[in-house]
Write a protein that binds this ligand. Structure first.
Ligand code: MD3
Ligand code: FE
Length: 216
């Protein structure tokens, strides 16, 4: 029996099931990791990484930027998607083809055909950075899956249920791993444990996570 109790989460063929419609594709992004990282550098030259403030007044430990037609942002007034980067006053940088293609292909490999994301949130973690347990529910289209790509230092991902106090499973995510979740798993609570300093050969003491969504 798997860690979530309900189904077999034994790893097979590089695919680890986390739920009925949630899985990790181990190493799926490894062959294109260099292309993804160059593309992210270009995005961050236009819209720099920044630490957003939550509506509750806390500064997030994760540094964020976005690419695509819509970008996720937060301030004292709330969380929302915008077409304009509030820092630059310009549209978010376009989503690079390498990113769009990887997200589409990973979704298809996980059984979600024709995924066309319009938003890519780029999260940057340093040692000690964490992401508290939350649901992704600011998107208009909750029928579309979410695709998440991990690059650089490993992280321990917390994977819960549909209620905040449901038990969580701990899932390690490594450089090149891609997580895909949708349908009945789309609104599961999740988070990231404080990062340990385990420097990555090319990225050093950083973890980059790309989260692709259909937001609009
Ligand atoms: C949920 N970012 O930006 S989601 C976020 O590592 C966010 O930065 C995470 O949560 C990060 O909103 C990556 C990773 C993930 C993986 C598998 C899941 C979330 C999941 C399976 C089911 C539900
Ligand atoms: Fe999330």
């Amino acid at each position: 029996m798997g860690t979530l109790g309900l189904f077999d989460d034994t790893e097979m063929d590089g695919v680890q099931a986390l739920g009925p419609r949630a899985c990790v594709l181990r190493g799926f992004a490894r062959p294109v990791a260099g292309d993804l990282l160059s593309a992210i550098d270009e995005v961050a030259r236009i819209s720099a990484f920044r630490h957003l403030v939550t509506p509750g007044g806390y500064t997030m430990s994760v540094a964020m930027t976005n690419c695509g037609a819509l970008g996720w942002t937060s301030d004292s007034r709330g969380y929302r998607y915008t077409a304009i980067d509030p820092e630059t006053g310009e549209p978010w940088p376009a989503m690079p083809d390498a990113l769009r293609r990887l997200a589409h292909d990973a979704a298809a490999a996980a059984g979600f055909e024709r995924f066309e994301p319009d938003a890519c949130l780029v999260n940057r973690y340093a040692p000690g950075t964490k992401l508290s347990l939350h649901q992704d529910k600011d998107e208009r289209d909750l029928d579309a899956p979410i695709v998440s790509v991990s690059l650089g230092m490993p992280a321990v991902f917390l994977f819960g249920g549909l209620r905040r106090d449901d038990a969580t499973a701990k899932v390690p995510l490594f450089h090149g791993d891609v997580a895909v979740w949708g349908a009945e798993d789309r609104l599961r609570y999740h988070g990231v444990m404080p990062l340990k300093d385990q420097p990555h050969p090319t990225l050093g003491s950083q973890r980059i996570n790309l989260t692709f969504r259909k937001a609009g």
